[in-house]
Design a protein around this ligand. Structure first.
Ligand code: SF4
Ligand code: SF4
Length: 501
């Protein structure tokens, strides 16, 4: 049934038409503007001692940090970059780009370094300002993102905002390698024979409106591929933003959007160096965030920046800076380091040479070609993607389970002030409880983590098979080390967090 969603009755026509998606993106934009408006000027409640009373009752902070941040993880698990299909920011950016200067993105910006910096900046904003706890800060972030989407569109061609400023798209791109759905061409030969290549170029078309004898004709515009992808050559889902423009433009009905095996993209070579850097930051943040509920482990993880801050005599500001750098770069590198060392040790060659007093020993055989540091890390990172994804899903399940009950309050009182006062000050309304009892939730979370670990092990085999040659066995061992290390961190945290209470 899911072999090709485009052929499902009812759903197929919806996917092929641009209008439903335009309406959904417009609705998304209205929600984004509503979040900005309802969050603006709402920081705290005068007379209430709690510093962040509106965290779960205000429309902006609740919708963005709880519903959106956590909800999209489930979408990414199944469909990779499916959020990008409806994302209002990418849409606005692409629309504005049609009117702007249309400059190509310089090659030094066309990589994952800008979004990595954006992700680190977001983490710093969380550490320094607790931006996720305050509606006004959240609103300012959303307004800034909207401004950047418009500004980038005015200067650069196509969806440059996604490449430059959107860590979410980069995260979804990583998860798209695991997801069991993909967009591909049905028959590469049809693409080779196609002269128009409308899927990429979005050639103009004539549109005609008739009403009785009145006929109106005008030149229409087909939206082109924002990523300049040649569809017949797509091997990985990470770069395709699932905007569906090609589905709507292909005159040969040669595109398939359907299921595939899990992990399908993990056997196609490692991450590129700048994407590896992004992945490291994500790995560090998810792992540190996940483990912070396990006090002993948290102290181990944050021991180094704490000690460094004490040694340097830095106050909390300096500590946060050191912690952000530690969590984003050093800590995840340490997680991958054992695997890297195993790979390098696997290259050791011991030879037995005949002892001869007269002839010098024969020269050593030429060393096999070896990947550079970042390429090797990119190969080791691949099987960790399902592990990080499973931890991300567990965090999302726990958060939505704990805070999902606030939704009716947020809808009834978007500013969140009355709801907070009723729940926490006057106690006239009971605080919303969890959606699923803890006894069920903990087993669900455990099953998700075990699923992630099994997928990661399967991913290790798949990635190893793609390397081929002598490297396979060493890679298998090397990649399993960080996967198991990270699984142990997540597993022990889950155990102390939900099973020992
Ligand atoms: S990459 Fe980001 S901004 Fe672009 S469409 Fe996807 S979620 Fe939206
Ligand atoms: S291939 Fe290009 S046009 Fe087609 S869905 Fe992906 S990003 Fe959009």
């Amino acid at each position: 049934m899911f072999d090709n969603l485009l052929e499902i009755k009812g759903l197929g026509p919806l996917l092929r038409s641009p209008w439903p998606w335009r309406l959904v993106r417009l609705a998304g934009l209205l929600v984004l503007l509503a979040m900005t408006a309802y969050g603006w000027h709402h920081h705290a409640i005068p007379g209430v001692e709690v510093a962040d009373p509106l965290m779960y009752t205000n429309f902006a902070s609740y919708f963005f940090w709880v519903l959106w941040m956590m909800g999209v993880v489930f979408l990414a698990l199944l469909m990779g970059r499916a959020w990008c299909t409806v994302c209002p920011l990418g849409w606005i950016n692409g629309l504005i780009a049609r009117l702007g200067l249309n400059r190509p993105l310089p090659s030094w910006l066309d990589n994952f370094v800008p979004v990595t910096l954006a992700l680190i900046a977001l983490q710093l904003a969380v550490y320094f300002l607790a931006i996720h706890r305050f509606p006004d800060y959240t609103a300012a972030l959303l307004a800034l993102m909207l401004l950047l989407a418009v500004g980038a569109g005015l200067i650069f061609r196509k969806r440059s905002f996604c490449t430059l400023f959107c860590p979410a798209g980069a995260v979804f791109g990583l998860y798209a390698r695991v997801a069991p759905f993909q967009l591909r061409v049905r028959d590469g030969e049809v693409c080779n024979a196609c002269e128009s290549k409308n899927c990429v170029s979005g050639a103009p078309l004539q549109k005609r409106l008739t009403l009785g004898s009145a006929v109106l004709t005008w030149q229409g515009h087909r939206a082109d591929c924002p990523a300049d992808l040649v569809l017949a050559g797509i091997e990985e889902s990470a770069t395709c933003s699932l905007c569906l423009h090609c589905v709507q433009n292909c005159d040969n009905d040669n595109i398939v959007l359907g299921r595939r095996p899990w992990l399908a993209d993990l056997g196609r070579g490692g991450l590129r160096p700048s994407e590896t850097l992004f992945f490291l930051v994500l790995l560090g943040m998810v792992t540190a965030n996940f483990s912070k509920v396990y006090v002993d482990l948290r102290e181990v993880i944050f021991w180094a920046p704490q000690q460094a801050a004490v040694l340097l005599g830095w106050a909390s500001g300096g500590y946060y800076l050191l912690t952000a750098l530690w969590v984003a770069l050093v800590f995840p590198l340490l997680l991958l380091l054992p695997g890297y060392l195993v790979l390098r040790l696997g290259e050791l060659q011991v030879e037995t040479l005949p002892v001869s007093s007269s002839a010098p020993p024969a020269p050593a055989a030429a060393a096999p070609h070896r990947s550079g540091f970042w390429n090797t890390l990119g190969e080791l990172a691949l099987p960790l993607i399902p592990m990080v994804l499973s931890a991300h899903v567990v965090l999302a399940v726990v958060k939505l389970n704990a805070k999902g009950g606030y939704l009716p309050f947020v809808m009834a009182d978007p500013s969140g002030v009355k709801s907070y006062l009723a729940i926490s000050v006057m106690n006239t309304v009971a605080a919303p409880g969890v959606l699923i009892p803890l006894d069920i939730l903990k087993w669900l979370a455990l099953a998700l983590l075990i699923g992630g670990y099994l997928l990661a092990l399967a991913g290790t085999r798949r990635a190893a098979a793609s390397l081929g040659g002598e490297k396979v066995k060493t890679y298998l061992l090397a990649a399993m080390v960080p996967v198991t290390l990270v699984a142990a961190i997540y597993g022990s945290t889950l155990f102390t967090w939900l099973f020992i209470r």
